[in-house]
Ligand binder design. Structure first.
Ligand code: GTP
Ligand code: MG
Length: 560
Protein backbone atom coordinates (compact mmCIF):
# COMPACT_ATOMS: atom_id res chain seq x y z
CA UNK A 1 0.00 0.00 0.00
CA UNK A 2 1.44 3.37 -0.97
CA UNK A 3 1.55 6.25 1.45
CA UNK A 4 -1.24 8.07 -0.40
CA UNK A 5 -3.53 5.05 -0.12
CA UNK A 6 -2.73 4.63 3.51
CA UNK A 7 -3.61 8.23 4.27
CA UNK A 8 -6.81 8.04 2.23
CA UNK A 9 -7.86 4.85 4.02
CA UNK A 10 -7.10 6.40 7.30
CA UNK A 11 -9.16 9.49 6.53
CA UNK A 12 -12.04 7.47 5.08
CA UNK A 13 -12.99 6.02 8.44
CA UNK A 14 -12.32 9.21 10.29
CA UNK A 15 -15.70 9.87 11.79
CA UNK A 16 -16.53 12.51 14.37
CA UNK A 17 -13.81 15.01 13.57
CA UNK A 18 -13.29 17.78 16.06
CA UNK A 19 -13.46 21.22 14.55
CA UNK A 20 -10.52 23.29 15.79
CA UNK A 21 -12.51 26.51 15.66
CA UNK A 22 -15.35 25.01 17.65
CA UNK A 23 -12.91 23.74 20.25
CA UNK A 24 -11.33 27.19 20.48
CA UNK A 25 -14.78 28.72 20.96
CA UNK A 26 -15.58 26.26 23.72
CA UNK A 27 -12.27 27.01 25.42
CA UNK A 28 -12.95 30.74 25.16
CA UNK A 29 -16.34 30.13 26.79
CA UNK A 30 -14.58 28.20 29.56
CA UNK A 31 -12.23 31.17 30.14
CA UNK A 32 -15.27 33.40 30.32
CA UNK A 33 -16.89 31.08 32.83
CA UNK A 34 -13.77 31.17 34.98
CA UNK A 35 -13.47 34.94 34.75
CA UNK A 36 -17.00 35.54 36.00
CA UNK A 37 -17.31 32.65 38.48
CA UNK A 38 -13.81 32.78 39.96
CA UNK A 39 -14.44 35.62 42.42
CA UNK A 40 -17.40 33.79 43.94
CA UNK A 41 -16.76 30.04 43.94
CA UNK A 42 -14.43 28.17 46.33
CA UNK A 43 -10.79 28.26 45.27
CA UNK A 44 -10.31 24.53 44.97
CA UNK A 45 -13.32 23.91 42.79
CA UNK A 46 -11.96 25.62 39.69
CA UNK A 47 -8.33 24.44 39.69
CA UNK A 48 -8.87 21.72 37.10
CA UNK A 49 -10.66 24.13 34.77
CA UNK A 50 -7.94 26.79 35.12
CA UNK A 51 -5.23 24.22 34.45
CA UNK A 52 -7.05 22.93 31.40
CA UNK A 53 -7.62 26.38 29.89
CA UNK A 54 -3.97 27.25 30.33
CA UNK A 55 -2.73 23.91 29.00
CA UNK A 56 -5.10 24.01 26.03
CA UNK A 57 -4.00 27.55 25.20
CA UNK A 58 -0.37 26.47 25.19
CA UNK A 59 -0.94 23.26 23.24
CA UNK A 60 -3.01 24.97 20.54
CA UNK A 61 -0.44 27.72 20.13
CA UNK A 62 2.24 25.09 19.54
CA UNK A 63 2.66 22.90 16.47
CA UNK A 64 -0.56 21.21 15.44
CA UNK A 65 1.34 19.37 12.71
CA UNK A 66 2.85 17.17 15.39
CA UNK A 67 1.11 14.53 17.47
CA UNK A 68 2.69 13.70 20.79
CA UNK A 69 2.16 10.01 21.63
CA UNK A 70 3.38 8.56 24.93
CA UNK A 71 4.30 4.96 25.63
CA UNK A 72 3.20 4.42 29.21
CA UNK A 73 3.11 1.37 31.42
CA UNK A 74 4.60 -0.46 34.38
CA UNK A 75 8.28 -1.19 34.73
CA UNK A 76 9.63 -3.87 32.43
CA UNK A 77 6.53 -3.99 30.22
CA UNK A 78 8.76 -3.09 27.30
CA UNK A 79 8.11 0.60 26.64
CA UNK A 80 11.72 1.40 25.78
CA UNK A 81 12.03 -1.76 23.68
CA UNK A 82 8.88 -0.80 21.72
CA UNK A 83 10.12 2.77 21.38
CA UNK A 84 13.39 1.52 19.87
CA UNK A 85 11.63 -1.02 17.69
CA UNK A 86 9.25 1.60 16.26
CA UNK A 87 12.16 3.96 15.65
CA UNK A 88 14.20 1.07 14.30
CA UNK A 89 17.10 2.54 16.23
CA UNK A 90 18.48 1.92 19.68
CA UNK A 91 17.70 5.31 21.24
CA UNK A 92 16.40 4.62 24.76
CA UNK A 93 18.31 2.12 26.88
CA UNK A 94 16.23 -1.02 27.59
CA UNK A 95 17.44 -3.64 29.98
CA UNK A 96 17.09 -5.98 32.87
CA UNK A 97 17.93 -3.39 35.52
CA UNK A 98 14.62 -2.09 36.98
CA UNK A 99 13.57 0.62 36.56
CA UNK A 100 15.57 1.50 33.49
CA UNK A 101 14.06 4.71 32.11
CA UNK A 102 14.19 7.62 34.58
CA UNK A 103 13.34 10.59 32.33
CA UNK A 104 11.32 10.65 29.12
CA UNK A 105 12.91 10.13 25.72
CA UNK A 106 11.49 11.59 22.54
CA UNK A 107 11.78 10.57 18.94
CA UNK A 108 10.52 12.95 16.27
CA UNK A 109 9.60 11.69 12.80
CA UNK A 110 10.64 14.54 10.54
CA UNK A 111 12.94 17.47 11.28
CA UNK A 112 13.58 18.19 14.96
CA UNK A 113 13.62 22.00 14.83
CA UNK A 114 9.86 22.57 14.32
CA UNK A 115 9.08 20.16 17.18
CA UNK A 116 11.57 21.67 19.60
CA UNK A 117 9.21 24.25 21.14
CA UNK A 118 6.62 21.54 21.62
CA UNK A 119 9.23 19.35 23.34
CA UNK A 120 10.36 22.28 25.49
CA UNK A 121 6.76 22.65 26.63
CA UNK A 122 6.30 18.91 27.18
CA UNK A 123 9.58 19.01 29.08
CA UNK A 124 11.89 16.47 27.45
CA UNK A 125 15.60 17.03 28.05
CA UNK A 126 17.36 18.21 24.86
CA UNK A 127 19.81 15.31 25.09
CA UNK A 128 16.87 12.88 25.16
CA UNK A 129 15.45 14.16 21.86
CA UNK A 130 16.10 12.20 18.66
CA UNK A 131 14.98 12.36 15.07
CA UNK A 132 13.84 9.52 12.90
CA UNK A 133 14.43 10.53 9.36
CA UNK A 134 16.93 9.15 6.92
CA UNK A 135 17.19 9.22 3.20
CA UNK A 136 17.45 5.41 3.05
CA UNK A 137 14.01 4.49 4.38
CA UNK A 138 12.34 7.81 3.71
CA UNK A 139 9.20 6.38 2.15
CA UNK A 140 8.64 3.78 4.87
CA UNK A 141 8.83 6.29 7.66
CA UNK A 142 7.09 9.10 5.77
CA UNK A 143 3.67 7.93 6.97
CA UNK A 144 4.74 8.66 10.54
CA UNK A 145 6.01 12.16 9.74
CA UNK A 146 4.73 14.47 12.47
CA UNK A 147 4.83 11.76 15.16
CA UNK A 148 6.56 12.71 18.40
CA UNK A 149 6.89 9.43 20.29
CA UNK A 150 7.71 9.55 24.00
CA UNK A 151 9.17 6.74 26.07
CA UNK A 152 7.95 7.39 29.62
CA UNK A 153 9.38 6.17 32.92
CA UNK A 154 7.39 3.51 34.80
CA UNK A 155 4.36 4.69 36.80
CA UNK A 156 4.75 1.95 39.41
CA UNK A 157 8.36 2.73 40.14
CA UNK A 158 10.26 2.27 43.35
CA UNK A 159 11.52 5.73 42.44
CA UNK A 160 8.79 8.15 43.57
CA UNK A 161 9.97 10.81 41.11
CA UNK A 162 9.17 8.53 38.16
CA UNK A 163 5.50 8.47 38.97
CA UNK A 164 5.37 12.25 39.32
CA UNK A 165 7.05 12.61 35.95
CA UNK A 166 4.65 10.13 34.34
CA UNK A 167 1.64 11.92 35.80
CA UNK A 168 2.91 15.27 34.56
CA UNK A 169 3.55 13.97 31.04
CA UNK A 170 0.23 12.11 30.83
CA UNK A 171 -1.45 15.45 31.47
CA UNK A 172 0.21 17.00 28.42
CA UNK A 173 0.42 14.42 25.64
CA UNK A 174 -2.05 14.07 22.76
CA UNK A 175 -2.37 10.29 22.77
CA UNK A 176 -1.33 7.42 25.06
CA UNK A 177 -0.26 3.91 24.13
CA UNK A 178 -0.56 1.83 27.30
CA UNK A 179 2.02 -0.96 27.21
CA UNK A 180 1.07 -3.98 29.33
CA UNK A 181 2.74 -7.35 29.57
CA UNK A 182 1.23 -10.83 30.02
CA UNK A 183 2.12 -10.90 33.74
CA UNK A 184 0.87 -7.53 34.91
CA UNK A 185 -1.94 -6.54 32.54
CA UNK A 186 -4.48 -6.80 35.38
CA UNK A 187 -2.50 -4.60 37.77
CA UNK A 188 -4.81 -2.75 40.14
CA UNK A 189 -2.91 0.54 40.08
CA UNK A 190 -2.79 0.49 36.28
CA UNK A 191 -6.57 0.10 36.02
CA UNK A 192 -7.79 2.15 38.96
CA UNK A 193 -5.29 4.98 39.09
CA UNK A 194 -4.69 5.35 35.37
CA UNK A 195 -6.91 3.65 32.81
CA UNK A 196 -10.11 4.58 34.61
CA UNK A 197 -9.03 8.20 34.72
CA UNK A 198 -8.73 8.08 30.95
CA UNK A 199 -12.25 6.82 30.34
CA UNK A 200 -13.24 10.07 28.62
CA UNK A 201 -10.30 9.48 26.28
CA UNK A 202 -11.15 6.22 24.57
CA UNK A 203 -10.52 7.92 21.21
CA UNK A 204 -6.92 8.77 22.03
CA UNK A 205 -6.06 5.58 23.89
CA UNK A 206 -4.46 2.43 22.51
CA UNK A 207 -3.68 -0.55 24.74
CA UNK A 208 -0.99 -2.99 23.61
CA UNK A 209 -0.32 -6.38 25.09
CA UNK A 210 3.46 -6.45 24.60
CA UNK A 211 5.77 -9.45 24.79
CA UNK A 212 3.09 -11.42 22.94
CA UNK A 213 5.93 -13.39 21.38
CA UNK A 214 6.19 -15.15 24.73
CA UNK A 215 2.65 -16.49 24.43
CA UNK A 216 1.14 -19.06 22.11
CA UNK A 217 -1.53 -17.79 19.72
CA UNK A 218 -4.27 -19.35 21.86
CA UNK A 219 -2.92 -17.86 25.08
CA UNK A 220 -2.60 -14.48 23.37
CA UNK A 221 -6.31 -14.66 22.46
CA UNK A 222 -7.26 -15.63 26.02
CA UNK A 223 -5.21 -12.81 27.56
CA UNK A 224 -6.50 -10.27 25.02
CA UNK A 225 -10.08 -11.32 25.84
CA UNK A 226 -9.41 -10.93 29.54
CA UNK A 227 -7.73 -7.57 29.01
CA UNK A 228 -10.66 -6.27 26.93
CA UNK A 229 -13.07 -7.27 29.67
CA UNK A 230 -11.01 -5.34 32.22
CA UNK A 231 -10.90 -2.33 29.91
CA UNK A 232 -14.65 -2.47 29.56
CA UNK A 233 -14.90 -2.23 33.34
CA UNK A 234 -12.60 0.79 33.15
CA UNK A 235 -14.96 2.45 30.66
CA UNK A 236 -12.47 2.13 27.82
CA UNK A 237 -14.31 -0.33 25.60
CA UNK A 238 -13.78 1.90 22.55
CA UNK A 239 -9.97 1.84 22.84
CA UNK A 240 -8.21 -0.49 20.36
CA UNK A 241 -6.38 -3.43 22.00
CA UNK A 242 -3.45 -4.91 20.07
CA UNK A 243 -0.92 -7.66 20.65
CA UNK A 244 2.69 -6.55 20.02
CA UNK A 245 6.25 -7.70 20.41
CA UNK A 246 9.32 -5.55 20.48
CA UNK A 247 11.38 -8.55 19.52
CA UNK A 248 9.54 -9.47 16.32
CA UNK A 249 9.20 -6.59 13.84
CA UNK A 250 6.26 -8.35 12.16
CA UNK A 251 4.19 -8.00 15.36
CA UNK A 252 4.38 -4.22 15.27
CA UNK A 253 2.49 -3.68 12.03
CA UNK A 254 -0.88 -3.04 13.65
CA UNK A 255 0.50 -0.59 16.16
CA UNK A 256 2.45 1.19 13.43
CA UNK A 257 -0.69 1.47 11.31
CA UNK A 258 -2.67 2.80 14.24
CA UNK A 259 0.00 5.45 14.80
CA UNK A 260 0.06 6.31 11.09
CA UNK A 261 -3.66 6.87 11.27
CA UNK A 262 -3.30 9.11 14.31
CA UNK A 263 -0.61 11.17 12.59
CA UNK A 264 -2.59 11.47 9.35
CA UNK A 265 -5.76 12.65 11.11
CA UNK A 266 -4.00 15.30 13.17
CA UNK A 267 -6.92 15.02 15.52
CA UNK A 268 -5.39 13.56 18.66
CA UNK A 269 -4.42 16.91 20.21
CA UNK A 270 -7.91 18.31 19.62
CA UNK A 271 -9.59 15.14 20.83
CA UNK A 272 -7.51 15.08 23.96
CA UNK A 273 -8.46 18.65 24.80
CA UNK A 274 -12.10 18.15 23.84
CA UNK A 275 -12.25 15.08 26.09
CA UNK A 276 -10.69 16.99 28.98
CA UNK A 277 -13.09 19.84 28.37
CA UNK A 278 -16.04 17.42 28.53
CA UNK A 279 -14.82 15.98 31.82
CA UNK A 280 -14.09 19.31 33.44
CA UNK A 281 -17.30 20.96 32.25
CA UNK A 282 -19.29 17.99 33.53
CA UNK A 283 -17.77 18.54 36.96
CA UNK A 284 -18.60 22.23 36.75
CA UNK A 285 -22.19 21.51 35.79
CA UNK A 286 -23.14 20.94 39.43
CA UNK A 287 -22.25 24.57 40.16
CA UNK A 288 -24.88 25.80 37.74
CA UNK A 289 -28.61 25.20 38.02
CA UNK A 290 -31.73 26.85 36.63
CA UNK A 291 -31.61 30.46 35.47
CA UNK A 292 -31.79 33.08 38.20
CA UNK A 293 -35.35 34.47 38.37
CA UNK A 294 -36.15 37.54 36.26
CA UNK A 295 -36.94 39.78 39.24
CA UNK A 296 -34.53 37.89 41.47
CA UNK A 297 -35.39 39.78 44.60
CA UNK A 298 -39.12 40.35 44.87
CA UNK A 299 -40.73 43.57 46.04
CA UNK A 300 -41.94 42.04 49.28
CA UNK A 301 -38.40 41.13 50.34
CA UNK A 302 -37.11 44.59 49.47
CA UNK A 303 -40.03 46.14 51.37
CA UNK A 304 -39.23 44.11 54.47
CA UNK A 305 -35.62 45.17 54.20
CA UNK A 306 -36.59 48.82 53.78
CA UNK A 307 -38.86 48.60 56.83
CA UNK A 308 -36.13 47.16 59.01
CA UNK A 309 -33.68 49.77 57.76
CA UNK A 310 -36.21 52.58 58.34
CA UNK A 311 -36.74 51.49 61.91
CA UNK A 312 -33.03 51.17 62.59
CA UNK A 313 -32.36 54.59 61.12
CA UNK A 314 -35.09 56.31 63.15
CA UNK A 315 -37.34 57.20 60.22
CA UNK A 316 -40.56 56.79 62.28
CA UNK A 317 -39.29 59.41 64.74
CA UNK A 318 -38.70 61.82 61.89
CA UNK A 319 -42.17 61.16 60.46
CA UNK A 320 -43.76 61.72 63.86
CA UNK A 321 -41.78 64.91 64.32
CA UNK A 322 -43.00 66.07 60.92
CA UNK A 323 -46.61 65.67 62.07
CA UNK A 324 -45.88 67.51 65.32
CA UNK A 325 -44.08 70.24 63.48
CA UNK A 326 -47.04 70.74 61.16
CA UNK A 327 -49.34 71.24 64.15
CA UNK A 328 -46.85 73.48 65.86
CA UNK A 329 -46.33 75.69 62.84
CA UNK A 330 -50.06 75.74 62.02
CA UNK A 331 -50.78 76.87 65.55
CA UNK A 332 -48.27 79.67 65.22
CA UNK A 333 -49.63 80.74 61.85
CA UNK A 334 -53.38 80.34 62.38
CA UNK A 335 -53.89 80.21 66.13
CA UNK A 336 -55.47 82.92 68.23
CA UNK A 337 -52.74 85.58 68.15
CA UNK A 338 -52.80 86.10 71.92
CA UNK A 339 -51.81 82.46 72.46
CA UNK A 340 -49.33 82.36 69.59
CA UNK A 341 -46.63 83.91 71.70
CA UNK A 342 -46.90 81.04 74.16
CA UNK A 343 -46.62 78.57 71.29
CA UNK A 344 -43.50 80.23 70.05
CA UNK A 345 -41.82 79.56 73.34
CA UNK A 346 -41.98 75.83 72.63
CA UNK A 347 -39.31 74.44 70.31
CA UNK A 348 -40.23 73.40 66.78
CA UNK A 349 -40.27 69.56 66.75
CA UNK A 350 -38.29 69.49 63.50
CA UNK A 351 -35.69 71.86 64.82
CA UNK A 352 -34.81 69.73 67.78
CA UNK A 353 -31.07 69.18 67.96
CA UNK A 354 -31.19 65.48 66.95
CA UNK A 355 -33.08 66.26 63.75
CA UNK A 356 -31.07 69.26 62.79
CA UNK A 357 -29.46 68.99 59.39
CA UNK A 358 -27.12 71.89 59.98
CA UNK A 359 -23.43 70.94 59.88
CA UNK A 360 -22.12 70.45 63.38
CA UNK A 361 -20.29 73.32 64.94
CA UNK A 362 -17.05 71.35 64.93
CA UNK A 363 -16.05 73.11 61.73
CA UNK A 364 -17.11 70.50 59.17
CA UNK A 365 -16.70 71.75 55.63
CA UNK A 366 -19.75 73.54 54.32
CA UNK A 367 -20.33 71.11 51.45
CA UNK A 368 -20.73 68.00 53.60
CA UNK A 369 -23.92 66.15 53.01
CA UNK A 370 -26.62 66.78 55.56
CA UNK A 371 -26.84 64.33 58.39
CA UNK A 372 -28.99 63.89 61.44
CA UNK A 373 -27.85 63.07 64.91
CA UNK A 374 -30.60 60.58 65.61
CA UNK A 375 -29.63 57.96 68.18
CA UNK A 376 -27.87 54.84 66.91
CA UNK A 377 -29.96 51.74 66.20
CA UNK A 378 -30.45 49.52 69.24
CA UNK A 379 -29.47 45.85 69.36
CA UNK A 380 -32.90 44.57 68.39
CA UNK A 381 -33.09 46.90 65.40
CA UNK A 382 -29.59 45.88 64.30
CA UNK A 383 -30.58 42.22 64.59
CA UNK A 384 -33.70 42.86 62.51
CA UNK A 385 -31.59 44.51 59.80
CA UNK A 386 -29.18 41.54 59.87
CA UNK A 387 -32.08 39.14 59.44
CA UNK A 388 -33.66 40.93 56.52
CA UNK A 389 -30.28 41.36 54.80
CA UNK A 390 -29.75 37.62 55.10
CA UNK A 391 -33.28 37.08 53.81
CA UNK A 392 -32.43 39.02 50.65
CA UNK A 393 -29.42 36.73 50.10
CA UNK A 394 -31.48 33.63 50.86
CA UNK A 395 -34.23 34.72 48.48
CA UNK A 396 -31.70 35.19 45.69
CA UNK A 397 -29.92 31.93 46.49
CA UNK A 398 -33.07 29.81 46.65
CA UNK A 399 -33.16 28.55 43.06
CA UNK A 400 -29.37 28.34 42.72
CA UNK A 401 -27.00 25.49 43.58
CA UNK A 402 -25.83 25.39 47.17
CA UNK A 403 -22.37 26.84 46.60
CA UNK A 404 -23.76 30.20 45.51
CA UNK A 405 -25.40 30.75 48.90
CA UNK A 406 -22.17 31.84 50.58
CA UNK A 407 -21.11 34.40 47.94
CA UNK A 408 -24.65 35.81 47.80
CA UNK A 409 -24.73 36.17 51.56
CA UNK A 410 -21.31 37.79 51.55
CA UNK A 411 -22.44 40.17 48.80
CA UNK A 412 -25.61 41.14 50.69
CA UNK A 413 -23.53 41.98 53.74
CA UNK A 414 -20.57 43.48 51.91
CA UNK A 415 -21.66 47.08 52.46
CA UNK A 416 -23.57 46.83 55.71
CA UNK A 417 -20.75 48.74 57.39
CA UNK A 418 -21.62 51.78 55.26
CA UNK A 419 -25.37 51.45 55.83
CA UNK A 420 -25.76 53.61 58.97
CA UNK A 421 -24.08 56.61 57.34
CA UNK A 422 -25.94 56.19 54.07
CA UNK A 423 -29.29 55.87 55.83
CA UNK A 424 -28.60 58.88 57.98
CA UNK A 425 -27.77 60.96 54.95
CA UNK A 426 -30.87 59.72 53.14
CA UNK A 427 -33.09 60.59 56.09
CA UNK A 428 -31.47 63.95 56.59
CA UNK A 429 -32.08 64.77 52.94
CA UNK A 430 -35.59 63.37 52.61
CA UNK A 431 -37.02 63.86 56.06
CA UNK A 432 -36.94 67.22 57.82
CA UNK A 433 -37.86 70.52 56.27
CA UNK A 434 -40.95 68.86 54.88
CA UNK A 435 -43.54 71.33 56.22
CA UNK A 436 -44.26 74.12 53.83
CA UNK A 437 -46.66 76.83 54.94
CA UNK A 438 -49.92 76.59 52.96
CA UNK A 439 -51.48 79.84 51.67
CA UNK A 440 -54.59 79.43 53.80
CA UNK A 441 -52.48 79.69 56.94
CA UNK A 442 -51.54 83.22 55.96
CA UNK A 443 -55.12 84.10 55.10
CA UNK A 444 -56.39 82.76 58.39
CA UNK A 445 -53.52 84.53 60.14
CA UNK A 446 -54.65 87.87 58.63
CA UNK A 447 -58.25 87.23 59.64
CA UNK A 448 -57.11 86.45 63.17
CA UNK A 449 -55.19 89.69 63.31
CA UNK A 450 -58.19 91.59 61.95
CA UNK A 451 -60.35 90.05 64.69
CA UNK A 452 -57.79 91.00 67.32
CA UNK A 453 -57.69 94.52 65.94
CA UNK A 454 -61.49 94.65 66.08
CA UNK A 455 -61.46 93.41 69.68
CA UNK A 456 -58.74 95.93 70.60
CA UNK A 457 -60.65 98.71 68.86
CA UNK A 458 -63.85 97.71 70.71
CA UNK A 459 -61.94 97.58 73.99
CA UNK A 460 -60.35 100.98 73.35
CA UNK A 461 -63.69 102.49 72.48
CA UNK A 462 -65.30 101.07 75.61
CA UNK A 463 -62.37 102.28 77.75
CA UNK A 464 -62.71 105.72 76.21
CA UNK A 465 -66.42 105.71 77.21
CA UNK A 466 -65.54 104.78 80.81
CA UNK A 467 -62.87 107.42 80.95
CA UNK A 468 -65.33 110.06 79.70
CA UNK A 469 -67.78 109.06 82.37
CA UNK A 470 -65.14 109.16 85.10
CA UNK A 471 -63.94 112.55 84.04
CA UNK A 472 -67.57 113.77 83.74
CA UNK A 473 -67.05 114.58 80.12
CA UNK A 474 -69.96 114.41 77.73
CA UNK A 475 -71.03 110.77 77.39
CA UNK A 476 -70.06 108.83 74.29
CA UNK A 477 -72.94 107.50 72.30
CA UNK A 478 -72.17 104.08 70.96
CA UNK A 479 -73.85 103.02 67.77
CA UNK A 480 -75.85 99.87 68.33
CA UNK A 481 -76.22 96.68 66.38
CA UNK A 482 -79.60 95.42 67.49
CA UNK A 483 -79.47 95.82 71.28
CA UNK A 484 -75.70 95.44 71.54
CA UNK A 485 -73.44 98.47 71.44
CA UNK A 486 -70.89 98.27 68.64
CA UNK A 487 -67.74 98.43 70.84
CA UNK A 488 -68.99 95.52 72.96
CA UNK A 489 -69.77 93.60 69.81
CA UNK A 490 -66.32 94.34 68.41
CA UNK A 491 -64.60 93.25 71.61
CA UNK A 492 -66.58 90.11 72.36
CA UNK A 493 -67.15 89.21 68.72
CA UNK A 494 -63.43 89.63 67.92
CA UNK A 495 -62.34 87.44 70.82
CA UNK A 496 -65.08 84.85 70.34
CA UNK A 497 -64.69 84.61 66.59
CA UNK A 498 -60.89 84.36 66.92
CA UNK A 499 -61.16 81.47 69.35
CA UNK A 500 -63.99 79.91 67.37
CA UNK A 501 -62.02 80.13 64.15
CA UNK A 502 -59.05 78.53 65.82
CA UNK A 503 -61.22 75.71 67.19
CA UNK A 504 -63.04 75.22 63.91
CA UNK A 505 -59.77 74.92 62.01
CA UNK A 506 -58.34 72.35 64.37
CA UNK A 507 -59.68 69.32 62.42
CA UNK A 508 -58.28 70.82 59.25
CA UNK A 509 -54.91 71.28 60.90
CA UNK A 510 -55.01 67.73 62.24
CA UNK A 511 -55.83 66.40 58.81
CA UNK A 512 -52.98 68.42 57.31
CA UNK A 513 -50.60 67.19 59.99
CA UNK A 514 -51.45 63.56 59.30
CA UNK A 515 -51.03 64.15 55.58
CA UNK A 516 -47.65 65.76 56.18
CA UNK A 517 -46.67 62.69 58.20
CA UNK A 518 -47.84 60.32 55.47
CA UNK A 519 -45.93 62.27 52.88
CA UNK A 520 -42.83 62.30 55.03
CA UNK A 521 -43.21 58.56 55.52
CA UNK A 522 -43.48 58.04 51.77
CA UNK A 523 -40.47 60.20 51.06
CA UNK A 524 -38.45 58.50 53.78
CA UNK A 525 -39.48 55.06 52.57
CA UNK A 526 -38.46 55.93 49.03
CA UNK A 527 -35.12 57.26 50.25
CA UNK A 528 -34.47 54.24 52.48
CA UNK A 529 -35.53 51.83 49.71
CA UNK A 530 -33.04 53.57 47.45
CA UNK A 531 -30.32 52.95 50.04
CA UNK A 532 -31.44 49.32 50.44
CA UNK A 533 -31.20 48.84 46.68
CA UNK A 534 -27.81 50.44 46.42
CA UNK A 535 -26.16 48.90 49.46
CA UNK A 536 -27.76 45.45 49.73
CA UNK A 537 -29.65 44.51 46.58
CA UNK A 538 -27.12 45.82 44.03
CA UNK A 539 -24.18 43.72 45.34
CA UNK A 540 -26.48 40.66 45.33
CA UNK A 541 -27.54 41.45 41.77
CA UNK A 542 -23.89 41.61 40.79
CA UNK A 543 -23.40 38.02 41.94
CA UNK A 544 -26.60 36.92 40.21
CA UNK A 545 -25.39 38.60 37.08
CA UNK A 546 -22.11 36.69 37.31
CA UNK A 547 -24.12 33.50 37.81
CA UNK A 548 -26.18 34.20 34.69
CA UNK A 549 -23.05 34.86 32.65
CA UNK A 550 -21.33 31.76 34.02
CA UNK A 551 -24.42 29.75 33.17
CA UNK A 552 -24.48 31.04 29.63
CA UNK A 553 -20.72 30.40 29.22
CA UNK A 554 -20.95 26.85 30.55
CA UNK A 555 -23.84 26.12 28.19
CA UNK A 556 -21.54 27.14 25.32
CA UNK A 557 -18.73 24.94 26.67
CA UNK A 558 -21.09 21.99 26.85
CA UNK A 559 -22.69 22.50 23.45
CA UNK A 560 -21.09 20.19 20.95
N1 GTP B 1 10.45 -11.38 24.74
C1 GTP B 1 10.26 -10.11 24.84
N2 GTP B 1 10.95 -9.38 25.72
C2 GTP B 1 10.77 -8.06 25.78
C3 GTP B 1 9.81 -7.43 24.95
N3 GTP B 1 9.80 -6.11 25.26
C4 GTP B 1 10.73 -5.94 26.22
N4 GTP B 1 11.31 -7.09 26.52
C5 GTP B 1 12.32 -7.27 27.55
O1 GTP B 1 11.80 -6.83 28.79
C6 GTP B 1 12.79 -6.17 29.55
C7 GTP B 1 12.32 -4.75 29.91
O2 GTP B 1 12.25 -3.99 28.76
P1 GTP B 1 12.30 -2.41 28.77
O3 GTP B 1 12.06 -2.02 27.36
O4 GTP B 1 13.51 -1.91 29.43
O5 GTP B 1 11.09 -2.15 29.65
P2 GTP B 1 10.56 -0.74 30.10
O6 GTP B 1 9.08 -0.84 30.09
O7 GTP B 1 11.16 0.34 29.33
O8 GTP B 1 11.03 -0.64 31.61
P3 GTP B 1 11.31 0.65 32.49
O9 GTP B 1 12.12 1.57 31.69
O10 GTP B 1 11.98 0.15 33.70
O11 GTP B 1 9.98 1.21 32.82
C8 GTP B 1 14.03 -6.14 28.68
O12 GTP B 1 14.90 -7.16 29.10
C9 GTP B 1 13.51 -6.39 27.31
O13 GTP B 1 14.46 -7.08 26.51
C10 GTP B 1 9.08 -8.22 24.05
O14 GTP B 1 8.20 -7.78 23.31
N5 GTP B 1 9.35 -9.57 24.03
MG1 MG C 1 12.15 2.03 29.81
Amino acid sequence: MSLGEKVRNALADDDGRIDAQQLTDRLAAMSRFLRVADPYLPDGSLVAAHTLVERAGSRLSLSQDHTVVALAGSTGSGKSSLFNALARLKLSPAGVRRPTTGAAYACVWGPLAPANRLLDWVGVLPRHRFIRESALDADDEAALRGLVLLDLPDFDSVEHGHRLEVDRLLGLVDQVVWVVDPQKYGDRILHNAYLRQFRAHGDITIVVLNQADRLSTTDTEVVLGDLKRLLEDDGLESAPVLATSAKQPGMLTELREALEKTVAHRQAALRRLAGDLDTVSEQLAEMIGPPAAEDEIDRATVRQLAEALSASAGAPAVAAATEDAYRHRAAIATGWPVLRGLRRLRPDPLRRPHLSTEPAASGEPADVLPRTSLPEADTAQKAAVGLTVRAVAARAAAPLPEMWAAPLNAAARSRTGDLPDALDRAIATAGPDAVRRPVWWRAVGLVQWALVLAAVAGLGWLLAGYAARLLSLPALHYPKVGQVPLPTLLLLGGVALGILLWLLLKPLVNWGARRARRRAEQRLRAAVTEVAREYVVAPVREVLNAYAQAREALATVRSE
